[in-house]
Design a protein around this ligand. Structure first.
Ligand SMILES: Cc1cc2nc3c(=O)[nH]c(=O)nc-3n(C[C@H](O)[C@H](O)[C@H](O)COP(=O)(O)O)c2cc1C
Length: 337
């Protein structure tokens, strides 16, 4: 049984990938991921704001002297746990490259144009096997049309992809009016793959303090259904490799992702809760299922449940929506008859 595969041309011993998260915050946990059998690691993100801040800080330092420096650092909202600058990121990447065998991808996180994209080159020089560019962006300005926002993102992809000779996967959210068309435009801009999807961490309100709050909730297997649906639609329609990120917690979840058409199955929540060693169990679940169902390789099953390969393609389209709504059966003991 062959678990080896390729993702964007990167050779993987299996398609399980640790997604960008605190799992890669230090060499020790990256080593644990490798020892447990992970196929590749995407490091946590270096954010556009961090890079811009680093260079602002340097400029401020040089221009105005150290006494005014405190103000400059105080305005930047560092993501907790990610308060390392670009240099520390590159140092860790290089150390991991030297210490581990597993492919390591670096992650850049930003959407607007600017000098920060040049960090992609530094990441390549530090030994990354590939890049993930996370385009997390909320189009909250009513003046900007969808086309303008997409064009801005595409320009950023062009900047990053033309800076490196590494494969670049673009991590996006699910809210595009015409996702397959946008993914084709990402490929034309230089992307080798897409990572589906960014999680949108919504805000909530605390009615007592009248504060806007934000809580980070880990995923459940149910969250896989959205990327699964879109992977099945994209497979065969776009020349981008697909990594599913969101809701993969067990072997069955990963197998579903491959059957939809994914080249890689990324995981964070399951590994944060159960530790890197959980990978061993998931690999066993995948291998056990494949043996029982006589699959010889991951490549053999890839895309077998995609829109282009299922006998009833309406399952992914509008007809299914009508079917699902019509399938609701009221509880016979309830009020709705
Ligand atoms: C604590 C935490 C930190 C994360 N940091 C990043 C990050 O730096 N960059 C990124 O692209 N995604 C980040 N993510 C998102 C994960 O990579 C992943 O897309 C998300 O958790 C969904 O996958 P899961 O269902 O396997 O958890 C983070 C997620 C968590 C829970």
């Amino acid at each position: 049984m062959k678990l080896e595969t390729q993702w964007m041309g990167i050779q993987l011993k299996n398609p399980l990938v640790a997604s960008a998260s605190p799992l890669s915050r230090n060499l020790d946990s990256m080593k644990r991921l490798e020892d447990a059998g992970i196929g590749a690691i995407v490091m946590y993100s270096l954010f556009e704001e961090q890079i811009t801040h680093d260079s602002y800080q340097l400029d401020h330092h040089l221009s105005y002297g150290s006494e005014s420096y405190g103000e400059a650092v105080s305005y930047f909202p560092y993501a907790p746990g990610y308060d390392f600058g670009g240099d520390a990121y590159l140092t860790l990447l290089e150390a991991a490259r030297n210490a581990l065998q597993v492919p390591i991808l670096a992650s850049l996180n930003g959407a607007t144009q600017g000098g920060w994209t040049e960090y992609a080159r530094e990441m390549e020089l530090a030994g990354a096997s590939g890049l993930e560019l996370n385009l997390y962006y909320l189009a909250a300005n009513a003046e900007a049309s969808g086309e303008e926002v997409e064009n801005m993102m595409l320009e950023t992809v062009r900047n990053v992809a033309s800076t490196v000779s590494l494969p670049v996967s673009i991590k996006i959210g699910p809210w595009f009016t015409a996702l397959p068309h946008f993914v084709r435009r990402l490929v034309a801009a230089g992307a080798s793959g897409v990572t589906l999807f960014n999680r949108f961490y919504q805000t909530d309100f605390d009615l007592e303090t009248l504060q806007v709050t934000a809580a980070l909730e880990l995923s459940r297997s149910y969250d896989l259904l959205l990327p699964l649906h879109w992977t099945a639609i994209l497979y065969g329609q776009v020349s981008a490799d697909i990594a599913v990120s969101g809701g993969i917690h067990c072997g069955t979840d990963a197998l579903k992702a491959f059957m939809a058409g994914a080249d890689a199955a990324q995981m964070t929540s399951e590994l944060l809760v159960h530790g890197p060693e959980r990978i061993k169990g998931i690999l066993q679940e995948i291998a056990g299922w494949m043996e029982e169902h006589e699959y010889e390789s991951i490549d053999q099953m890839r895309g077998s449940m995609s829109l282009r390969n299922v006998p009833d393609s309406s399952a992914f389209e509008r007809t299914n929506y009508m079917r699902v709504l019509g399938s609701y059966k009221p509880d016979p003991t309830g009020w709705l008859k």
